[in-house]
Design a protein around this ligand. Structure first.
Ligand code: HEC
Ligand code: HEC
Ligand code: HEC
Ligand code: HEC
Ligand code: HEC
Ligand code: HEC
Ligand code: HEC
Ligand code: HEC
Ligand code: HEC
Ligand code: HEC
Length: 304
């Protein structure tokens, strides 16, 4: 190929012009992703692509990107349309066999293409999150060429369907008798998790387990006059988040939950107090009605 030096200069200039015109978005170094891109320039004409790719167009035009890039491009990157994600394509239109397919790139490289524009907010911890670490990329959950969900360009109709393709164990949990109403569609995985990564273990949406739970169960936040130590430590000392065969998402059945810590003398060790099958059935909470904390002046034993 001739004129490579000249083309290189054009790319360098184009890159400067692009990044100068882009607010909050930063163009990826295509040449670093795949050296083949170094020899190509941006065509900057969706019409040219559609000349040969009419088949993808109808579906793509219905997507958030298809609409935004066509009708309301807010910077030079968005104006590239197809090439914002597929990279400089002059070589490909000269020789379609030069496909520069995205699937030949590593997962992290494919994500880097999306992060040109989506480094913000929710994706702040993507690079330290469990999904990137496990080799997942944006397109494992998102479908960008075709709209498959009502919102969020998800790769399946509902969010839970997307997550369950890989997290079958959580689906099984959520089928149990006591469960967070995920399958009823009242809450979503992403109410508690940030699938893009977060600073907490388990990629939680809140700053900790308890902060996450308080976002909906505010009445458990306190502060209480009488605090019950394990509640402040973590809701998960007694509860499991997705589902349980014990009532109220408890880890253990009835009194067993309490006895796992309170084994010393007195009534706690008497049969009629600590067996599920006794008249006190649910056990301890029949009398200790405020296990999450009490504001009653004489609620030190969580009896009121
Ligand atoms: C001269 C015809 C032609 C033009 C113009 C053209 N393509 Fe292609 N493209 C093809 C052919 C042929 C293939 C390979 C067959 C297929 O997968 O459809 C292809 C494949 C692709 C692929 C899939 C690569 C893979 O294997 O996964 C992408 C992405 C692509 N083209 C993007 C573009 C973009 C973006 C433009 C506009 C800048 C463009 N094409 C312009 C003919 C063309
Ligand atoms: C927001 C990024 C993005 C934009 C914009 C985009 N694509 Fe794609 N395209 C992808 C990704 C990612 C894939 C592969 C996986 C998938 O289908 O989600 C892909 C796949 C393709 C394929 C391979 C065949 C297929 O359907 O899998 C073709 C051809 C293609 N795109 C052409 C285009 C054309 C033409 C445009 C502009 C009209 C365009 N794309 C705009 C990201 C994008
Ligand atoms: C050139 C910039 C750019 C690139 C590259 C880009 N996006 Fe976007 N994306 C946008 C814009 C603009 C919107 C419209 C929403 C907005 O105004 O922020 C958007 C919206 C989205 C949405 C929300 C859609 C909805 O309907 O709620 C998702 C999900 C998304 N992009 C995923 C991706 C993925 C995955 C990739 C890589 C395959 C990608 N984007 C690449 C600019 C980009
Ligand atoms: C494990 C699945 C998963 C992965 C991987 C993933 N996302 Fe998402 N993404 C989601 C879910 C779920 C939503 C929420 C959709 C909704 O609004 O209902 C979302 C929403 C978004 C949105 C729109 C709302 C917002 O936060 O601005 C954008 C943009 C987005 N994702 C971009 C990306 C990009 C870029 C990547 C790769 C770096 C990526 N996502 C990887 C699951 C994922
Ligand atoms: C393409 C497969 C895939 C999809 C889809 C997927 N995940 Fe994951 N996820 C993984 C892998 C792999 C890991 C890391 C290994 C593990 O913990 O199972 C992981 C880990 C996690 C973790 C544990 C993080 C940690 O720090 O231990 C959470 C939480 C999670 N995913 C939530 C989600 C949610 C919510 C969705 C849907 C929005 C989703 N995942 C969709 C593959 C996937
Ligand atoms: C009510 C909040 C909540 C909802 C809703 C929720 N999770 Fe979780 N999830 C958690 C908490 C809390 C943990 C434990 C984090 C820790 O280890 O400290 C967790 C752990 C996980 C883990 C890692 C451990 C494991 O069990 O494999 C995965 C994966 C996961 N959740 C996926 C999902 C998926 C997929 C959905 C939706 C179907 C979902 N979660 C819905 C709160 C929630
Ligand atoms: C996005 C909101 C939301 C978040 C966050 C949330 N929950 Fe819930 N929780 C609910 C809803 C909705 C119900 C069902 C209430 C109902 O049916 O009356 C529920 C029910 C419960 C129940 C009773 C279950 C039963 O079988 O009746 C427990 C226990 C519970 N949540 C604990 C937690 C814990 C622990 C966390 C933090 C890991 C948490 N929740 C986070 C919304 C949430
Ligand atoms: C010491 C064990 C323990 C800890 C820790 C704990 N809970 Fe509970 N939780 C219980 C028991 C026992 C029940 C059943 C109470 C009953 O039947 O009176 C319950 C019931 C619930 C319920 C359903 C009934 C109601 O009171 O609304 C919710 C919601 C709940 N817990 C949320 C939380 C949250 C949020 C946290 C963390 C801030 C938490 N729990 C920490 C033991 C605990
Ligand atoms: C993870 C361990 C743990 C679990 C589980 C637990 N507790 Fe506690 N509980 C404590 C600690 C620690 C204290 C404060 C230290 C103390 O006074 O013994 C406490 C204090 C109490 C007190 C007041 C004790 C006093 O002497 O003032 C009562 C009553 C109580 N818990 C009842 C319960 C009941 C009922 C349950 C079951 C729903 C339960 N606890 C589950 C650890 C636990
Ligand atoms: C019939 C009602 C009742 C039941 C059932 C009950 N308690 Fe109590 N518990 C009390 C009363 C009343 C006190 C307060 C005694 C006091 O103020 O001196 C108390 C006190 C306690 C204390 C504080 C230390 C002590 O012994 O005085 C702990 C811990 C405790 N209960 C745990 C439990 C556990 C665990 C269970 C279930 C195995 C349970 N209780 C079942 C009524 C009950």
């Amino acid at each position: 190929m001739t004129g490579r030096f000249w083309e290189g200069a054009v790319i360098a200039v184009a890159a400067v012009v692009l990044s100068a015109g882009v607010a909050g978005a930063k163009e990826v170094d295509w040449g670093a992703l795949n050296p083949e891109y170094r020899e190509a320039t941006f065509v900057k004409d969706t019409g040219v692509c559609l000349g040969c790719h009419e088949e993808v167009h109808a579906a793509y035009a219905e997507t958030t990107h298809g609409k935004a890039f066509r009708f309301n491009p807010r910077n030079a990157l968005q104006k590239l349309d197809c090439e914002a994600c597929h990279g400089p394509r002059s070589k490909h239109i000269e020789d379609p066999d030069d496909r520069l397919a995205l699937r030949t790139l590593a997962a992290a490289q494919r994500s880097a293409i999306c992060l040109q524009c989506h480094q913000d907010g929710g994706r702040m911890h993507w690079r330290s999150g469990a999904h990137q670490a496990a080799g997942q990329s944006c397109s494992d959950c998102h479908s960008v060429m075709r709209k498959r969900s009502d919102r969020g360009l998800l790769s399946a109709e509902s969010e839970q369907a997307v997550c369950y393709t890989c997290h079958a164990n959580v689906r099984a949990e959520a089928q149990k008798a006591s469960h967070h109403p995920i399958r009823e569609g009242k809450i979503r995985c992403s109410d508690c998790h940030n699938p893009h990564g977060s600073v907490t273990r388990g990629m939680l949406a809140g700053g900790s387990v308890n902060q996450t739970c308080y976002s909906c169960h505010q009445e458990k936040r306190g502060p209480f006059l009488w605090e019950h130590a394990p509640v402040r430590e973590s809701c998960l000392t007694c509860h499991t988040p997705h589902g349980s065969n014990n009532r109220d998402l408890l880890n253990l059945k009835g009194p067993a939950q309490c006895i796992s810590c309170h084994q010393y003398g007195g009534h706690v060790n008497q049969f009629r107090y600590n067996r599920v099958s006794t008249p006190y059935g649910n056990g301890c909470v029949n009398c200790h009605v405020t296990v999450h904390g009490s504001n009653h002046p004489s609620g030190a034993k969580f009896n009121r």
